[in-house]
Design a protein around this ligand. Structure first.
Ligand SMILES: O=P(O)(O)O[C@@H]1C[C@H](O)[C@@H](CO)O1
Ligand SMILES: Nc1nc2[nH]cnc2c(=O)[nH]1
Length: 253
């Protein structure tokens, strides 16, 4: 297994080339399936499955219930790739390995990344089993320097200082809400702010109260793409938003 400082552009490329040489599918959409959501991949037609143990340089799933495989296939005729099982810092992986698949997806040609995971709610009015569409996040370890982009920056994956003020695609969020209404399940679907933590312990009551006061709606483990926004969607310009009124962000730079 490669050590953290051996991972470079060629490592991601080697993994992407290995996959591209074994499937004719060229997915534009990737879905990362979190705990309890591995069955999302079962919706894919014409499946081609690659176990993480066979994919060069890929980390291995150690968490119960995470199958540990990449499932390529078609959803409504569109090529798609699903990760059945994601990686967590609490498993002992450095963040560069937790986020490894996102850069491989980029080199496969993926343009849309959907990340799903299990989380706990600290918001009023949420119930067990509800779905929250993330509109923004607080990367608590990231604010303290636990960040996958620490270290030398490779501009081929994005800028040194990526803008995160529009990290989540608003049109996809709207579409998901609209579909939940059409399916008559909008009572169980919310839009909110996610806070990522390292784990593995869940938060104390005091920590949950703190997160609630900070405007957090749900809390869970690290999301792979956080900070790697540019890796998937290179930005043409850097924008910074005023955070005084989050409903109407104003460009300040
Ligand atoms: O959905 P994810 O992968 O974040 O699930 C994590 C790992 C554990 O199965 C569960 C409890 O923390 O959440
Ligand atoms: N409360 C809570 N529930 C979770 N489910 C998955 N991760 C978490 C977490 O960090 N906190």
């Amino acid at each position: 297994m490669l050590s953290e400082d051996q991972i470079c552009y060629q490592t991601y490329q080697e993994t992407a080339d290995w996959l591209l040489s074994r499937t004719k599918l060229r997915p534009k959409v990737a879905i990362i399936c979190g705990s309890g959501l591995g069955m999302l991949a079962e919706a894919l037609a014409n499946q081609e499955i690659f176990k993480y143990t066979d994919v060069p340089n890929f980390p291995q799933s150690t968490v119960q219930g995470h199958a540990g495989q990449l499932v390529f296939g078609e959803l409504e005729g569109k090529a798609c790739v699903c990760m059945q099982g994601r990686f967590h810092k609490f498993e002992g992986y450095p963040l560069i390995k937790v986020t490894f698949p996102v850069r491989v997806f980029r080199l496969l040609g993926v343009e849309v990344l959907i990340v799903t995971n299990a989380a706990g709610s600290v918001a009023d009015g949420y119930n067990t089993g509800d779905i929250m569409i993330i509109k923004d996040h607080i990367n608590l370890p990231g604010l303290a320097g636990q960040h996958p982009l620490c270290g030398p920056n490779d501009e081929r994956f994005g800028s040194r200082f990526p803008c995160m003020s529009d990290a989540y695609d608003k049109s996809l969020g709207k579409l998901a809400l609209q579909i939940s209404r059409e399916l008559d399940c909008s009572d169980y679907v919310h839009e909110g702010v996610y806070c990522m933590v390292g784990g593995p312990s869940f938060e104390t009551i005091a920590e949950a109260c703190l997160l609630h006061k900070l405007g957090v709606d749900a809390v869970g483990k690290w999301l792979e793409f956080s900070g790697l926004r540019d890796s998937l969607f290179p930005l043409e310009q850097n924008r910074l938003y005023s955070v005084e009124d989050d409903s109407k962000p104003g460009i300040v730079d």
